[in-house]
Ligand binder design. Structure first.
Ligand code: BES
Ligand code: MN
Ligand code: ZN
Length: 491
């Protein structure tokens, strides 16, 4: 979608549709102006309760020549006192989805004028870009009926357009990263394989002048990354470790971002039941978030150093697959008894974390993984699980989550949770008690991070939406990108 800035006043703007915000308990100048131009139509809609300004509602009216704008899209902002960045973002997302449903491809927005902060413009721009996302690359029938947005004009009657333009470009960069992550998660597992992720990493590196190295099977074996190798054994697609470096801060030690990249999780020999198995194409959402974050961070030229590490494999049953009862020596030297081949995420991550630690000496390390069904049980789809060994880092991530709307919720990581992960034959087993499953998984990861400041984000419940949300049309959310960018910006 093209984004234009204009100093035209809303009531003088000629456009197929003009978006304005309305609070449920307050009337601003714009409301009165348009109400008058439309002979009291807005007050009437409110009196009949057809549209009263409640959050997450929209209403479209044709102006029939009474205004230069052909249509007016009213967007509910809820109570005025509760109006914040997230509300505006959601309102903009709702507007985009309402316009898409009515196939209005070009429009102007005055939504940000309802709040008088600088951040309002970014929120509206971000919400629109996020809410207008769709993924229809695999639809071949009636291609000409597929809809895509053309242009949004943001109305800024009293603002410095150049300064606003720079802020819009920055917002666009973040949304580009989110879209990359969403696309990667949306593609099916027969397309996005470990090889595809490696190619995506290389392509990103080329485009953004990042350093990229892909460790192939032979090298993984040589380095002793047997946990990652074991998970990949059942598949004809070999596993890989993708390493990307972005330098925005000279020789400072980097922040390491580590992503789980299981391109399909069948469960392996401990095979999953068939119902819903197709959703396990999304088991590389952590990897997608890492790539999306590097895309956005480099486009924004953030003054930080980053290393992105993606452990990618396909978890399949097969004659060569790893089995329950196998004992594996991880790269760190810790031995692991496999008690469930479906607990594969922690295996690929433990080697990736150890690799990050020993090769880059990061100031902080954040991993993202669709790690446990237990996290979905605990938090549903409203927040990602957060666990870590550093209260300060956890706080920073929580604050970033509140600011950007990608919420995280901390779970405790007490040592007592590790009891069930101890093995009779090896140092650890890869799956213990079902109870507190997300924490047991995080406790397992903790054994591999040494003294490095580390946080783990379990995005099993937030990476994919079965129902549409204001800024997240149904499907892949791209979760993690905005959270990490916000966290990195706050550093
Ligand atoms: N990829 C799954 C976790 C998952 C579940 C992600 C639902 C997204 C939605 C993970 O590899 C897995 O299978 N975890 C097991 C762990 C268990 C065997 C200890 C689980 O959660 O059941
Ligand atoms: Mn699994
Ligand atoms: Zn998995």
């Amino acid at each position: 979608m093209k984004i234009e800035l204009s100093s035209v006043k809303p009531h003088e703007c000629s456009t197929p549709a003009l978006v304005i915000g309305c609070c449920e308990d307050a009337r601003d100048q714009l409301f009165s102006l348009f109400n008058e131009a439309l002979d009291g139509c807005l007050e009437r809609l409110s009196a009949t309760k057809e549209f009263s300004g409640k959050a997450n509602t929209t209403h479209l009216i044709h102006t029939l020549g009474r205004l230069p704008a052909e249509r007016l899209l009213l967007v509910g902002l809820g109570k005025q006192a509760e109006l914040n960045g997230e509300r505006l973002r959601q309102a903009a997302g709702n507007a985009a989805q309402a316009l898409r449903a009515r196939r209005v491809a070009s429009f102007a927005s005055a939504l940000h004028l309802s709040a008088s902060t600088d951040a309002a413009l970014e929120a509206v721009c971000e919400g629109t870009l996020l809410g207008s996302y769709s993924f229809d690359q695999y639809k071949t029938k009636n291609k000409d009926e597929l809809f895509s947005f053309e242009e949004m004009t943001l109305l800024l009657p009293d603002a410095d357009l150049a300064a606003a333009g720079a802020r819009i470009e920055a917002t666009r960069a973040v949304c580009l990263g989110v879209s990359l992550a969403r696309d990667l998660v949306s593609h099916p597992g027969n397309v996005v394989t470990p090889g595809y992720l490696a190619a995506a990493g290389r392509e990103l590196a080329e485009r953004r002048a990042l350093k990229c190295r892909v460790l192939e099977l032979e090298e993984l074996e040589k380095l002793g990354m047997n946990a990652l190798v074991a998970v990949g054994k059942g598949s004809v697609e070999p596993p890989r470790l993708i390493v990307l470096e972005y330098k925005g801060a000279g020789d400072e030690p980097p922040v390491a971002l580590v992503g789980k990249g299981i391109t399909f999780d069948s469960g392996g020999i401990s095979i999953k039941p068939g119902l819903g198995m197709q959703d396990m194409k999304t088991d590389m959402a952590g990897a997608a978030a890492v790539l999306g974050t590097l895309e956005a961070a480099s486009a924004l030229k953030l003054p930080v150093n980053l290393v992105g590490i993606i452990a990618t494999a396909e978890n399949m049953p097969g004659g060569k697959a790893f089995k329950p009862g196998d004992v594996i020596t991880s790269m760190s030297g810790l031995t692991i008894e496999i008690t469930n081949t479906d607990a594969e995420g922690r295996l690929v991550l433990c080697d990736a974390l150890h690799y990050a630690l020993t090769n880059f000496n990061p100031v902080a390390m954040v991993d993202l993984a669709t790690l446990t069904g237990a996290c979905v049980v605990a938090l549903g789809h409203e927040a990602s699980g957060l666990m870590g060994n550093d209260a300060g880092l956890n706080e920073e991530l929580k604050r970033a989550g509140e600011r950007c709307g990608e919420r995280v919720w901390e779970l405790p990581l007490w040592d007592a949770y590790g009891e069930s992960m101890k093995s009779d034959i090896a140092d650890l087993k890869n799956s213990g008690s079902r109870d507190g499953g997300s924490i047991c998984a995080a406790w397992f990861l903790k054994q591999f991070v040494g003294a490095t400041h580390w946080a783990h984000l379990d995005i099993a419940g937030t990476a994919w939406n079965d129902k549409s949300r204001p800024c997240l049309p149904k499907g892949a959310s791209g979760v993690g990108v905005r959270l990490l960018i916000d966290y990195l910006r706050g550093k």
